[in-house]
Each structure stands twice: as structure tokens, then as C-alpha cells.
Design a protein around this ligand. Sequence first.
Ligand code: TTP
Ligand code: CA
Length: 357
Amino acid sequence: MRIIGHIDFDAFFASVEERDNPWLKGLPVVVGSDPHSGRGVVATCNYKAREYGIHSAMPITKAWQLSQNAKREKKQEVIFITPTHRKYGKVSSELFTYIQEQVPSIQKVSVDEAYLDLSFLRSYKKAEAFAKKLQQGIKTKFKLTASIGIGPNKMIAKIASEEKKPHGLFVCLPRDVYTYLGKKTVRALPGVGNAFERKLKAKGFYSIRDIQEGSWEALESIFGSHGIELFQKAYGTGSEVIYTEPRTALSIGEEETFAVDTLSLKFLTNRLSSLCEDVLTRMETSGVKSIQTITLKIRFADFETHTARTTISTPTKNMRIIYASALKLLLPFLENEKNPHKKPIRLIGVSVSKLVY
Ligand code: TTP
Ligand code: CA
């Protein structure tokens, strides 16, 4: 019997900051760019700040406004903190090492999320008790909280880990999968973002139940192969019905919004190099042995955004090679070739993929 868990740390960056700065206790905390720069976004915020309507990826200026509104209502002002990715990477690897000591097979999927193959426990009851103990162990040892979902496959486990956040535990037994999914909106399914959700709603698919009760032929005729995949996911079966694979390729990326839009070669190469170093540090903390694809993201002052990527012939973890590849991707954006109007650059990002662990 397959029993899969999904662990997701609560308000991860913000919780690490709260833990390391006890004076933050009880205050609303946002981790993100400097609100006085007027640029960039919220990386994350604690649950107290979420009560103000603040959330990840919100422009930092909006978060600032919401904080000022709260202040006017005599509520606590938000504390804004600049992220320290190195620290979060280190905490993350310590956490996953601790988990790995107790779970034979885990698949880390981001800095604060992993799938756990709990099949070795042989029953859902035991898996639930184990998860509870794991949460307690993490709380005691690391002073952090995590939410865990348990189900027969990765998709269900991930959806279940959201169910009782923060510090929640939810188990979806195999026999309950159909009913459990049926109650959720289409948005709960992986691969359904804003655009797809809109299309689905336009065709009358609001809840997963609507998909379950539809015919796959109809879904296929409207959405092609995506329709069939969706149908399978709605039944909790589909390609996500899998056991824990060896840790597979994902990407690791860092980006930076500048205080001032710029085309300065010296400045941009300096920031690019620092981003590459941060990516490399994160590769090390996540146990990545080599990478093969490097992607550069560029956002111009007018928000036009481009990505460019290159795949090198031999996998590497050499900083010079990664930096040189990223630089090669950057240069055309400083010149006529990809920037004929000489638009200044607002943000650059570097990410690596085709990872080997
Ligand atoms: P999430 O797990 O999406 O969020 P979270 O851990 O902050 O909150 P939740 O309790 O809802 O799980 O992301 C994990 C970390 O990744 C988060 O702490 C900060 C970072 N992150 C960003 O930097 N930018 C983003 O847009 C998101 C979503 C996350
Ligand atoms: Ca999280």
C-alpha cells in the first residue's frame, strides 16, 4: 500500500525570522524587498500579516499601504524584513536532514516542501501518528511548525497539507479521495492556474465534482490532452499517482529587483555574479551535484519580461561556467539585439535546472 505524505513548513521565511528574532513575537511580519525602495514584492509573511490581506508576490508598496491602513485603525504596524536566502537554505537543509533520518525516501520539492514515502509504516493510522510525532519533533528541535498531508499519492498529499494550515495534519484515506476532491474547486488541482481556471469556469466547471461528473470525451474536445489529464486528476488517479521517485530535477533560482532601473554593465555583471553565487550556495545546501541548464530572466523598466536559456553540453557546478553562461545570455539585452530601445533593466534572475543530485 502506498502512503504518501507532503510536508510544507508554515510561513517559512517569516517563521525562521520570528524564531531568530524573538522580539518579533506576536507582530505582523513581512519578508520581502525594502518597502521604502517602492519596488519588488513580498516573498512571504506570517499569519498575523495575512490578516491584513498581505500575501506572497504582492507588490511591497501594496503591503506597506495595508500596514499603514492597519496602523490608522490602531493595529500593529507590520515589520518588514529583507530576506537572507543563505540562512533559509541552511535551515532547510538541516530540516530535511532531520526528516531523512526518519523517513527512508523523501523527495524535496522546494526550500520548504517535500514528499515523504510513508509506505514503510504500512497503515494510515500509523502514518498519522508518525506525522504527529514528526511535527512535534520539528517543533521541539527547530522551533518551527510544519503542516502535513497524507494520502495515496503525491497530488492528494499536497492538497491535504493545505487543509489545516498552520501546524495542521490531515489524512485523506484512499476510499475518501473521490469525495474529498469533489468538494474542492478546480483551482485545487495542480496545473490549474488563473487562466485555466477562467476557461474551465466559462465552460461550467467550477468544482472538481463538475469535472468528475463530466465526460472525459467532452473535456478532451474542449481542452485536448489537458482535458484528459484534468479528468484523471479529478479522480485522484492520473500521472500523479506515483510513489516517491529519487529526487528529481527541479530548478533553483534567485532574482533581484534593483533600487534603480539600470543599463550599467558594471552594476549588472556584479549583481549577476552575486545571484549566481546565491544559486550555487543553494545548490550546495540542497545537495545538487551538477546542473545543465541556465535560465536568465530580465524585466525591463516597463515590466516587459523575457527569459533566455542555455543548456551546456557537460553538467557542471562550476561557478565560472555558470556565470559565463548567464552573462552570455544577459549581454544581448544590453545591446540592440534584444534591447533596441535601450530600455533600462529593473530585475534580473538566474535559475538552474536539469539538476543532478
Ligand atoms: P510557500 O510554502 O508557498 O509559503 P510559506 O511557507 O511562506 O507559507 P505557507 O504557510 O502558506 O506555506 O513558500 C515557501 C517559501 O518560499 C516562503 O516562505 C518564501 C518563498 N516564496 C517566495 O520567495 N516568493 C513567493 O512568491 C512564494 C510563494 C514563496
Ligand atoms: Ca510553506
